[in-house]
Design a protein around this ligand. Structure first.
Ligand code: PEP
Ligand code: MN
Length: 339
């Protein structure tokens, strides 16, 4: 739509799309509103729209994904999560333990990371564990602890849901619904979170191609939830010196294709305490919009993923370093050229 298009003009275009039997997706931006069309089996004649009042141009998106695409929305999406945003000028720091264990553990980490640049707090209440005998998370009790963290420390809560019941609970207690790597292609779950009004942190599947990753985001958006944040968390390769192989080349590739922000998870990406900081720095250097970092007051006692958890001091050190890198990029206007 044109920058000065009125509400009525936008609504009129939506009605025309609905009359044709398709679904309109109006996405307001800083400069102008884009209206995506889905549900059409083939190409639609652009003359349906071109001459409507308020329309600037009608563009045919030929890629398999539409709503995520920069063809539809050239400007970057800035996603609101609670009282902060991801995808804007600031580097978004999400920090916290792998799993919610105790009130003490969670509050100790929250207090420390709130002082070191984090505006978002992570912590799983539902844990996707390889073994059914491993700690599965504290469930709703864990979510209640996270809700207290928001009240006490002003941090916005990012936490995983593994099924529909979990989504309902995370919607109630949290600020952002995390869909884990193992569920990236759980299409019914993607559709379900697409119908919520909470932002979604979508982690890349451990063997997902770029296209599969983008189409997973498209699933969420096709249901009408446009607040999707992507996350690279390492993929499985023949390399066995780290838990996963961080695929940092996906960051500029994602920025080239989509307006959605992408963050990096060097904790799961490496699985090793000593690799987390270097890969966090690298992630910021290649243009990540933020980081998600596992932190534990006493990593050797962690119930989950202790080998990759940073101590409170290590997190503070990491934050100082990545912030310095981010500031240089911003100053030199290197914050990634959206090619
Ligand atoms: C997590 O972030 O807690 C997690 C389980 O990560 P992933 O889904 O990337 O393995
Ligand atoms: Mn973990």
């Amino acid at each position: 739509m044109k920058a000065d298009a009125t509400r009525e003009e936008i609504r009129h275009v939506e009605e025309i799309i609905e009359k044709l039997g398709f679904r309109p997706h109006a996405m307001p931006g800083a400069a102008r509103t884009a209206i995506g069309v889905t549900g059409n089996p083939g190409a639609i004649d652009p003359t349906h729209f071109e001459n409507l009042p308020g329309v600037s141009e009608a563009i045919r998106v030929t890629k398999p994904y539409k709503l995520i695409s920069k063809d539809l929305r050239p400007e970057k999406s800035v996603i609101r999560v609670g009282n902060a945003t991801i995808g804007g000028d600031d580097l978004a720091m999400i920090a916290g333990p792998c799993a919610v264990e105790t009130v003490d553990q969670v509050f100790t980490v929250a207090e420390a990371v709130a002082k070191s640049g984090a505006k978002f707090f992570r912590g799983g209440a539902f844990k996707p564990r390889t073994s059914p005998y491993a700690f599965q998370g504290k469930g709703e009790d864990g979510l209640k602890i996270l809700a207290e963290v928001r009240d006490r420390y002003g941090l916005n809560i990012v936490t995983e849901a593994m099924d529909e019941r979990g989504v309902d609970l995370v919607e109630k207690y949290g600020d952002c619904i995390q869909i884990g790597a193992r569920n990236m292609q759980n299409f019914s779950l993607l559709k379900y979170v697409g119908q919520t009004r909470k932002p979604v942190l979508l982690k890349r599947g451990m063997s997902a191609t770029l296209e599969e990753f983008m189409l997973a985001a498209e699933y969420v958006m096709a249901e009408g939830n446009y607040d999707v944040i992507l996350c690279e968390r390492g993929i499985r390769t023949f390399g066995n010196h780290a838990r996963n192989t961080m695929d940092l080349s996906v960051i500029p590739a994602v920025h080239r294709l989509t307006h959605l922000p992408i963050i990096v998870d060097p904790s799961h990406g490496t699985g090793r305490n000593y690799m987390v900081n270097p890969l966090a720095r690298a992630g910021v250097a290649v243009g990540a919009d933020g980081l998600i970092i596992e932190v534990h007051p006493c990593p050797e006692e962690a119930l989950c993923d202790g080998a990759q958890a940073l101590t409170l001091d290590q997190y503070a050190e990491l934050y100082a370093q990545v912030k310095a890198i981010h500031e240089i990029l911003a100053k030199e206007e290197m914050v990634i050229a959206h090619a």
